[in-house]
Write a protein that binds this ligand. Structure first.
Ligand code: NAP
Length: 391
C-alpha cells in the first residue's frame, strides 16, 4: 500500500489523480490533500478519501473546511499555508508526492519532497523551470525518484531505456516534443489581437487548468516543457525539437542514432501518465479508453511558426541563456497570464511583457534558493510595473 500526498488536489491534475486512486484502493491510500481557493471541492474530496491531513490557503479557509468536515471527516487534521504544504510533502509516512500546484507556489513543497527522498510525481513544471539546478541537486543527493507527469516528458521517459543517464545515452540522439498548437494554430494573425480568456482556455484536445491552457495557446507551455526536458534528461536546448502535431495522439518521441524513432501514443487524457508514474515500473488500469487508430486515421506534423508563437522563441532563448533566465521568463509569464485572465492586458501583450522583462533583467547564476526567490521577485515586480505603465 503506497501512501500519497497530492499537492493541488482540487485542480485538473489533482482530480485525475484521485480518479486513478479510486480505481486501485488496494494499492494507494491518500495521506494528505491540498487545495487553495476551492474549499468546498476539497471538503468533498476529504469526505471521500479520508486523508489524515488537508491543507488550505489560510486560517479563514481552515475554519470553513473544519465546519464542512465536522460530521463526515472529523479525523482529518487541517493545516494551512506553505508550512502546511511542506509538512505533508515530507511526512515520514508518505511514499509518493503528486506535485500538482500550478506555478511558482508549488516550488517549496515540491523541493522539500525531493529533499526528503520521496517518489516525486512532477506535474508542476514551473518548479523545475525556475530552480532546475537546485531541484536536480536535491534529487541526486537525497536519492529521490523523480517521475514526469507532463504527458510529453512521461512519453519520453517511456521511450528511453531504463539505464539511460547523462553518462550513458544508450544511443538516444534527440527528443521530439509534440505540441497541439493550441486553439489559435490556424487563426488569422490579425484575429489574435482580440482573443478573450475564454477563447484562450478552450483547448481543442486537453481539459486543463486556466493558466496552463493560456500557456498552451501562446505555446509558452511548450517552451517551459523544453526547459523542463533539458533538466529531466540532461540535454541542451539544441537536442530538443518541437513539432506541431494537432491530433495530440503522439505525446513525444525519441530519435536514436540508428535511425529508429520511438514514440508513445495514447488518447489525450492525463490519467495515462498519472497512472504510469504512480505504478511505475508496473502498469495499471488508468480508466482511459483504448486508442482507436483506425478512427484517428491520420497524424499530421508541422514546424511551429515562431512569428505566431513568440513565447516559444523566448523560452528557447532563456534555455540557451541559462542561469536565472528561465526563472525570469517563468515569473514574467505568470504575472502576464494572470493579468490577461483578469482582463487587464491583451493576449498579444503576454509575449511583449515577457520579452521586455527578459531583456531588462540581468541574468545571474542560481546556486541558492534565496537567489531563485529574489530573481523571481524582481522579475514579477518588473512585469507588474510594465503592466501598470501600459494602462
Ligand atoms: N492539467 C493538465 O492537463 C496538465 C498537464 C501537464 C502538466 N500540468 C501542470 O500541472 C500543474 C497543475 O495544473 P492544473 O491544470 O491541474 O492546474 P489547476 O487546475 O489550476 O490546479 C492548480 C492547483 O493548485 C492549487 N493552487 C493554486 N494556487 C495556489 C497557491 N498559491 N498555493 C497553493 N496551491 C495553489 C489549486 O487550488 P484551488 O483550485 O483550490 O484554488 C489547484 O489545486 C501545472 O504546473 C501545470 O503546468 C497540467
Amino acid at each position: 500500500m503506497q501512501k500519497l500526498t497530492i499537492l493541488g488536489a482540487t485542480g485538473s491534475i489533482g482530480v485525475s489523480t484521485l480518479d486513478v486512486v479510486a480505481r486501485h484502493p488496494d494499492r494507494f491510500q491518500v495521506y494528505a490533500l491540498s487545495g487553495y481557493s476551492r474549499v468546498a471541492e476539497l471538503a468533498e474530496q476529504c469526505k471521500k478519501f479520508k486523508p489524515s491531513f488537508a491543507v488550505t490557503a489560510d486560517q479563514k479557509s481552515v475554519d470553513q473546511l473544519q465546519q464542512l468536515l465536522r460530521v463526515d471527516s472529523p479525523e482529518t487534521k487541517i493545516l494551512c499555508g506553505v508550512e502546511g504544504l511542506c509538512q505533508i510533502a515530507i511526512a515520514p509516512e508518505v511514499d509518493m508526492v503528486m506535485a500538482a500546484i500550478v506555478g511558482a507556489a508549488g516550488l517549496l513543497p515540491t523541493l522539500e519532497a525531493a529533499r526528503a527522498g520521496k517518489k516525486v510525481l512532477l506535474a508542476n513544471k514551473e518548479a523545475l523551470v525556475m530552480a532546475g539546478s537546485l531541484f536536480m541537486k536535491a534529487v541526486r543527493e537525497s536519492g529521490a525518484t523523480l517521475l514526469p507527469i507532463d504527458s510529453e516528458h512521461n512519453a519520453v521517459f517511456q521511450c528511453l531505456p531504463s539505464d539511460y543517464s547523462s553518462d550513458n545515452r544508450c544511443g538516444a540522439q534527440k527528443i521530439v516534443l509534440t505540441a497541439s498548437g493550441g486553439p489559435f494554430r490556424a487563426s488569422p494573425l490579425e484575429a489574435l489581437h482580440s482573443i478573450t480568456p475564454e477563447q484562450a482556455c478552450a483547448h481543442p484536445n486537453w481539459s486543463m487548468g486556466r493558466k496552463i491552457s493560456v500557456d498552451s495557446a501562446t505555446m509558452m507551455n511548450k517552451g517551459l516543457e523544453l526547459i523542463e526536458a533539458c533538466w529531466l534528461f540532461d540535454l541542451s536546448p539544441d537536442q530538443i525539437e518541437v513539432v506541431i502535431h494537432p491530433q495530440s495522439v503522439i505525446h513525444s518521441m525519441v530519435q536514436y542514432v540508428d535511425g529508429s524513432v520511438l514514440a508513445q501514443l495514447g488518447n489525450p487524457d492525463m490519467r495515462t501518465p498519472i497512472a504510469h508514474a504512480m505504478a511505475w515500473p508496473e502498469r495499471i488500469n488508468s480508466g482511459v479508453a483504448n486508442l482507436d487508430i483506425i478512427s484517428i486515421a491520420r497524424l499530421d506534423f508541422e514546424a511551429p511558426d515562431l512569428e505566431r508563437f513568440p513565447c516559444l522563441a523566448l523560452a528557447v532563448e532563456a534555455a540557451r541563456m541559462g542561469g536565472s533566465a528561465p526563472t525570469v521568463l517563468n515569473a514574467a509569464n505568470e504575472v502576464a497570464v494572470d493579468a490577461f485572465l483578469k482582463g487587464d492586458i491583451s493576449f498579444l501583450q503576454i509575449s511583449e511583457i515577457v520579452a521586455q522583462v527578459l531583456g531588462d533583467t540581468s541574468i545571474v547564476e542560481l546556486d541558492t534558493l534565496e537567489n531563485v526567490q529574489s530573481s523571481d521577485k524582481l522579475a514579477r515586480q518588473s512585469a507588474v510595473s510594465i503592466i501598470q505603465r501600459s494602462h
